[in-house]
Design a protein around this ligand. Structure first.
Ligand code: SF4
Length: 393
């Protein structure tokens, strides 16, 4: 696999740490509770997989996500994040670690700083304890405020906070208070995602049993608009449907995803995408660790993506950005004339006031951002998606 074609060094790396203190009932991430005994073996495997790529990576961004990457000791943090940064990070790299309130303390923050971490993304989610409890979170609002102070006092220069919007029975007044509590902590960046009911989660099961209210698009938009307006009034620019940043503080790593750049994923369940070839690692942390120990990698499938689908992915991701996409750049990159392929759809969506064209740039209008998934669906190609290179499924 290490011969996967890719011109030049790999510039973006995602690292997955799959353990959490508890499994939240709405979560469909590859995260596992109460498996602390596996942590050292998992870190060994993570580092072994990473070493196999070290000579090909010059990372401008590294994002350590989860799971809860800080759900381990300060010593374990220093070991795995320290070595990853030494192996991969270019000078001035953006190095982000996700953290949950209550899972950071001064010793862990010192370990992150010493490793080179310069950005923490913290899952605040809500500032109302009864909503946090309903979401199955193990922290309370006071933990978020304390943890944010610990991160700042420990010298991490950039901080992002996550909010979940339109949670069951949450009122608009409570949502507005969440915005005020976020602003009081002065983060550099805010991610604000509407709660989604994913297949296979406890929340979705409860919703289908009538135990939780079903999502209503108009309610979700009301919450999103309230948060958008509150953050924009406070000087945060919306640069993606659900992401807001002070000037210069947009997430460079997530921008790479939205611009459909190549990235390498390390760890259980991590996806990689290098020059039109994608693969996914085994989800289960113990099986992943055994696979890496035996073969240096633990891939569950690998596939080559057809250019027409690579173009669709660039549109799907790029149109989430307020800046939109550059049609000339996409034509060059994917070898497909975007205008010829999609002129009818673009004209139709522009007539509906959902898309706007400015020279070579194509972007969603504010109304289009409200219905982005429906707009993007208009560009789905009528062609097979991939060629499977290997699959162990
Ligand atoms: S803390 Fe995050 S990753 Fe872990 S279970 Fe909850 S939502 Fe999922």
């Amino acid at each position: 696999m290490k011969s996967t074609p890719h011109a030049g060094p790999i510039r973006h790396v995602y690292v997955h740490f799959p353990f959490c203190a508890a499994k939240c009932p709405y979560c469909d991430f590859n995260s596992h509770a109460r498996r602390e005994g596996e942590t050292d073996a998992y870190i060994d495997a993570l580092l072994a997989e990473a070493r196999g790529w070290a000579d090909r990576v010059h990372a401008e961004t590294i994002f350590v996500g989860g799971g809860t990457p800080t759900h381990c000791s300060a010593e374990q943090l220093a070991r795995y994040i320290g070595e990853l940064c030494t192996m991969f990070a270019a000078p001035d790299a953006e190095i982000t670690v996700e953290a949950n309130p209550g899972s950071v303390d001064p010793a862990k923050v010192a370990a992150l700083c010493a490793a080179g971490v310069n950005r923490v993304s913290m899952g605040a989610q809500s500032f109302h304890d009864h909503h946090l409890e309903r979401l199955g979170r193990i922290h309370v609002a006071a933990d978020t405020e304390r943890s944010a102070r610990v991160v700042r006092a420990g010298g991490i220069p950039r901080m992002s906070l996550d909010l979940i919007l339109a949670t069951p029975d949450q009122t608009l007044a409570e949502q507005a208070e969440d915005v005020a509590r976020v602003l009081a902590l002065a983060p550099d960046h805010v991610s604000a995602y509407v709660l989604t009911f994913e297949e296979g989660t406890v929340f979705t099961k409860r919703m289908r049993q009538g135990l939780l209210p079903a999502p209503r698009p108009e309610r979700e938009l009301a919450h999103l608009h309230l948060v958008r307006d509150g953050l924009e009034a406070a000087g945060y620019a919306r640069y993606e449907i659900s992401n807001f940043a002070r000037p210069g503080e947009a997430s460079r790593h997530n921008l790479a995803y939205w611009r459909n750049a190549s990235w390498l994923g390390i760890g259980a369940g991590a996806h990689s995408h290098l020059s039109g070839v994608r693969w996914k690692n085994i989800d289960d942390p113990a099986v992943y660790a055994r696979g890496v120990e035996a073969a240096g990698e633990a891939v569950v499938w690998r596939e080559s993506v057809e250019p027409v689908w690579q173009l669709f992915e660039s549109l799907m991701m790029g149109l989430r950005l307020v800046e939109g996409v550059d049609l000339d750049e996409l034509t060059t990159r994917h070898g497909i004339d975007v205008s010829a392929a999609h002129d009818d759809a673009i004209a139709r969506l522009a007539d509906l006031g959902l898309l706007r064209r400015d020279g070579a740039r194509l972007m969603l209008t504010p109304d289009g951002l409200d219905v982005a998934n429906a707009v993007i669906a208009e560009f789905v190609p009528d062609a097979p998606t991939t060629e499977t290179i290997m699959s162990s499924a």
